[in-house]
Design a protein. Structure first.
Lengths: 484, 205
């Protein structure tokens, strides 16, 4: 069976707004539920739960309007609860677009309500919310948001609502709720032993490691949390990956923007990796949906190896990670481009790029192939050629900066600081200007070389990367092309 | 803008299907007018609830005629959940009821060994299924949202677009010419569902 364990963000609402606070006290406005719903779906939530914490009779109209607005934007199932006391209450919420309703206190007061709801709307629409507390060796059911204890044992109540036709149990541990110390696994086990219905675990989530045990040990089918998602302690995607790592089957979270990617029949899409600064094409590789998701969320290049048939992170073993600046999608949606800032060679051979010139091709053409070309078709000469060898020069200066050498002129300049480096650039600039009008080619070349060297030292002193300058130059080329 | 006629079968949550198509920019009419259905190029048969009353209402309302006329002149039909089951030859839900017979196969209960209803997100398996436009562009093993207690069996293997595993493999999506169907709810299946509905709307099949 491959049903995924569901991750359900819960939104406490009052008068049509998300509220925060210890469940029923000190409520503060925390935003627009429709926006929050949209965000959670984009993060990969499997379902949402809206709980009307005010649940006042006067507030029903607002709640119904909220349900309608959520249904307009949401394409995942959602459950609404709080103050459902009758078949009519439930009917209004379901026809406004809710997929399920929860009943809580009303079911304890009138257990036959569960049956009436199931008969009218079908068991899959009826979620019985159970708020339980530890009592001695066992657990008892509480009502009114945990403020009143009953004498009903948890297993007995769970068995009863199962027999009465409930479709699901939403079990909140009132002891664990708000503690962020983890779900109450013992309580979940007690409920699990009493029913075959799906159980949603609620109360106590505070860390990524808390979620998997609710499923693996507690036997829950879904995990619900409110504050950790509201407060953005972590995203739904982070929770799902932590659960998957622990061996819980989950529906992978697809970050917004990646839904449109068209994978081939193997579930893969080709990825072009480009140096964001220089425009040099580094690699052509493949990614599956998980590799793309990880790339977007961690901002590090992740790919899928066809030979090893596994996901891999660029630099995992070599240390040459790539920071992903942007991700582009092809117009046919069947190819992806990562713009990256590499921290080292892209190729396993140690070359900067995985592409090298084909020697059999006559020199003209070979030169064109060898030169780094930008993907968007700018000529190689204009975009990436480095006749001055500034790249290697920068490497040397950067190396001196990192590991000063005794007697090095570069180190003496760097030690004197940016002011001195800047002054030297000014002086060398004037000397270039003078040489241009008064000296021969060799003399001018010498002065230009001096200037370029000092510019590189100044950049190193300021910590400005050559990629930053290259990016600026590339942007100007883009502007010029558009002007044409 | 594509014109979509959603059959108002009088049961279930037609609203969520309508909104899902509207979000894709389609012009949608929720209708119980057989003539309008007959003229539409895209027809959707949604459905939640029991097979027999839904089948009876299709016949008595005249919508069945409209639907058959639309399919006859080449309109694309999409059956969803119960609407998918109605496309088959018969159902064994509470006695045997004849279906529309647009797809070979019958609708039967899950084996008693698994939890019913089958509710939640489950994977589509495309190994051994026929390639086609219904799931075009979706990654392998995509999760979609199911809510059902019965499932088709005995479908023509050439029609199967995807299987799902719950108490053994069953047909989760099928296409036979211009007749499409999904046992799951694309309108509740987030991005994957949007893609499937967009595939249904797309010009080239």
């Amino acid at each position: 069976m491959s049903l995924a364990a569901r991750v359900i963000p819960c939104l406490d609402v009052a008068e049509g707004r998300v509220v925060k606070g210890l469940r029923f006290e000190n409520l503060r406005d925390a935003g627009d539920p429709v926006e929050a719903a949209r965000r959670y779906e984009a993060e990969g939530a499997d379902e949402l739960c809206f709980l009307d914490v005010a649940a006042s009779h006067e507030g029903r109209g607002t709640l119904v309007d909220l349900v309608r607005r959520v249904a307009d934007v949401l394409a995942i199932p959602f459950t609404v609860g709080g103050g459902v006391r009758s078949v009519e209450d439930a009917g209004v919420l379901l026809s406004a677009g809710a997929d399920r309703v929860t009943v809580n206190t009303a079911a304890v007061l009138d257990p036959a309500l569960v049956t009436r709801l199931a008969e009218r709307f079908g068991a899959q629409c009826v979620v019985v919310a159970v708020d339980a507390k530890r009592a001695g060796e066992g657990f008892v059911v509480s009502t009114h948001g945990g403020r009143r204890l009953t004498e009903i044992g948890l297993p007995a109540w769970v068995a009863e609502v199962t027999a009465r036709g409930a479709g699901e149990i939403l079990l909140t541990s009132m002891d664990a709720d708000g503690t962020k110390a983890g779900f109450d696994v013992a309580m979940l086990k007690a409920a699990r032993a009493a029913t075959t219905l799906p159980i949603v675990a609620s109360g106590g989530a505070g860390e990524l490691a808390h979620f998997a045990p609710a499923v693996l040990e507690g036997g829950a089918d879904a995990v619900l949390a409110a504050s950790v998602f509201h407060d953005r302690v972590f995203s739904v995607g982070m929770v799902k990956r932590a659960m998957a790592k622990a061996g819980v089957p989950v529906r992978p979270a697809v970050p917004a923007g990646l839904e449109e990617v068209a994978y081939d029949e193997r579930g893969l899409v080709p990825v072009v990796v480009r140096n964001a600064g220089t425009g040099e094409v580094l690699t052509l590789a493949w990614a599956n949906d998980e590799a793309l998701a990880l790339t977007v969320e961690t901002r590090q290049t992740h790919l899928f190896s066809r030979s090893r048939r596994s996901l891999w992170k660029k630099g995992e073993t070599s240390g040459n990670v790539q920071r992903v600046v942007r991700v582009f999608l092809d117009c046919d949606r069947d190819a992806v481009l990562y713009d990256v800032e590499p921290s080292g060679p892209a190729c396993h051979t140690g070359a900067a790029s995985c592409f090298s010139p084909i020697s059999a091709i006559p020199s003209d053409a070979a030169a064109r192939v060898a030169l780094p070309a930008t993907v968007n078709g700018a000529s190689a000469e204009a975009s990436g050629a480095d006749p001055f060898g500034l790249g290697p020069l920068f490497d040397v200066v950067a190396a001196r900066k990192a590991r000063p050498e005794p007697g090095s002129y570069t180190n003496r300049l760097l030690e004197k600081g940016i002011g001195k480096c800047a002054q030297k650039v000014g002086e060398e600039g004037v000397e270039v200007a003078l040489a241009a009008v008064s000296r021969d080619d060799a003399g001018l070349a010498a002065e230009v070389a001096d200037l370029m060297y000092h510019v590189v030292v100044l950049m190193a002193a300021r910590g400005l990367s050559p990629e930053a300058v290259a990016a600026e130059l590339a942007a100007r080329r883009g502007v010029r092309r558009e002007e044409k | 803008m594509t014109r979509v006629a959603i059959l108002d079968t009088g049961v279930g949550n037609v609203g969520s299907v309508r909104r899902a198509f509207e979000r894709l920019g389609a012009e949608v009419a929720t209708t119980s007018d057989p003539a309008l259905v007959a003229q539409s190029s895209r027809v959707v048969l949604p459905g939640v609830g029991a097979f027999a009353p839904a089948r009876a209402r299709l016949a008595s309302s005249g919508l069945e005629e409209g639907l058959r006329a639309a399919v006859g002149h080449g309109a694309r039909l999409l059956g969803l959940c119960l609407g998918f089951q109605l496309l088959f030859e018969a159902s064994e839900e509470f006695g045997t009821t004849e279906g529309l017979g647009l797809l070979p196969g019958r609708v039967v209960p899950f084996p008693s060994s698994v939890r019913v209803p089958h509710v939640g997100w489950n994977r589509l398996e495309t190994e051994g299924a026929a390639e086609g436009p219904l799931l075009a562009g979706l990654p392998r093993g995509t999760y979609v949202y199911f809510v059902h207690s019965f499932r088709p069996e005995g479908a023509d293997p050439a029609d199967v677009a995807a299987f799902c595993d719950h108490g053994g493999r069953f047909v989760a999506a099928a296409r036979r010419g211009n007749v499409w169907g999904c046992q799951f709810h694309p309108e509740k299946s987030s991005a994957a569902g949007r893609r499937i509905l967009a595939n249904f709307l797309a010009e080239a099949a």
